[in-house]
Design a protein around this ligand. Structure first.
Ligand code: SAM
Ligand code: SF4
Length: 327
């Protein structure tokens, strides 16, 4: 079992398969995008599967593929099939901006993907374009339909709450999710990467809860939905479920159960700190043993910090946008 120095059990790995993206959400990625790297600078599928197997032997059961935009990684269903075959991995999910989901949902499902989360901040096509700099809302909506047709259930919608951008859509988004049978989750804007410059647009998720409670009865859901930190409520009148990820206003660090692996093989314990350890050299060293890999992973987990320290600088020093960390 993987336990950190604060007796937290690490059971969940977020795997970034690329830091490239086809959108440029203003709080995540600068206009120029991520630097395209040599293929050799990125973990191959075989290397990813080796790392995952090392985690699984130490008790990790859940994986989430993310990025950047994971659907840009060529041949992703092949990786999904490989990860599915790793003994001990019980749950394989993916977080996407949905742009390529219409084309890929069926193949992802066939390859063994259990669940998809789709990132969608607004239902207004013009606002969507502004937030993502050039995205087309209809592509994401088509992706959601394809995911449902492919048999994914439940599908979660991830919306980052941004003052002045989508705070006026709190009810419309919930009604949309209820109608489409999706689980909407509001994510607090984190002061990471370009998100740091937008701190004046932060709104706590309690603000959404209060707005919704003016009209609906929100009852604590009482059960976990997946391995994430979201807090869920049933919305009685709409027969829907809404979730809140309040990492900033009500941190959940004491229950943190995850670490992140970047596309170039760096293991990162916490979003708030740049500290990471590269597994790449070890993976490529002739004669390196699986036990060495496991030991390196364990060492990194043992120094996981107790919390994100309120994301306060200079202690918290994350400079990369979420796209580079595998948000
Ligand atoms: N491209 C995929 C997507 O957009 O879902 C996967 C990667 S993206 C980095 C994962 C999640 O991180 C998205 O839901 C996005 O909204 C969120 N995110 C990015 N920057 C953020 C920030 N500064 N604060 C909060 N969430 C952020
Ligand atoms: Fe791309 Fe996702 Fe970041 Fe948006 S949030 S820029 S879709 S990686």
């Amino acid at each position: 079992m993987l336990c950190d120095g604060y007796r937290r059990k690490i059971e969940y790995l977020r795997l970034s398969v690329t830091d490239l993206c086809n959108l440029r959400c203003r709080y995540c990625m600068p206009l120029e995008g991520a630097v395209k790297r040599e293929r050799s600078a990125i973990l191959s599928f075989e290397e990813i599967a080796r790392v995952v197997a090392a985690f699984a032997r130490q008790g990790v059961k859940g994986l989430r593929l993310t990025g950047g935009e994971p659907l840009l990684r060529k041949d992703l269903p092949r990786l999904i099939g490989m990860l599915r075959a790793v003994p001990g991995i019980e749950e394989l999910s993916l977080t996407t901006n949905g742009v390529h989901l219409a084309a890929q949902a069926a193949a992802l499902r066939r390859a063994g993907l259990d669940r998809v989360n789709v990132h969608l901040d607004t239902l207004d096509p013009e606002k969507f374009r502004q937030i993502t700099r050039w995205g087309r809302l209809e592509e994401v909506l088509a992706g959601l339909r394809a995911a449902r047709e492919a048999g994914f259930s439940p599908i979660k919608l991830n919306a980052v709450l941004i003052k002045g951008w989508n705070d006026s859509e709190v009810e419309a988004m919930l009604r949309f999710a209820a109608r489409e049978g999706l689980i909407l989750r509001w994510i607090e804007l984190m002061p990471i990467g370009p998100g740091l410059e937008m701190s004046d647009r932060f709104l706590p998720s309690a603000w959404v809860r209060e707005r919704l409670e003016e009209k609906y009865r929100l009852l604590p859901y009482g059960k976990r939905l997946g391995r994430g930190p979201a807090e869920y409520y049933k919305v009685f009148e709409l027969n829907a479920v809404v979730g809140f990820i309040h990492a900033v206003s009500e941190p959940f660090c004491e229950n943190c159960n995850r670490v992140r692996l970047s596309a170039d093989g760096r293991l990162q314990d916490c979003l708030a700190y740049d500290e990471s350890e590269s597994l790449l050299d070890l993976l490529r060293r002739p004669g390196a043993r699986e036990a060495d890999l496991e030991a390196k992973i364990l060492r990194m987990i043992q120094i996981k910090r107790p919390d994100h320290g309120g994301f306060r600088r200079p202690a918290c020093n994350a400079t990369a946008g979420m796209y580079g960390i595998g948000g």
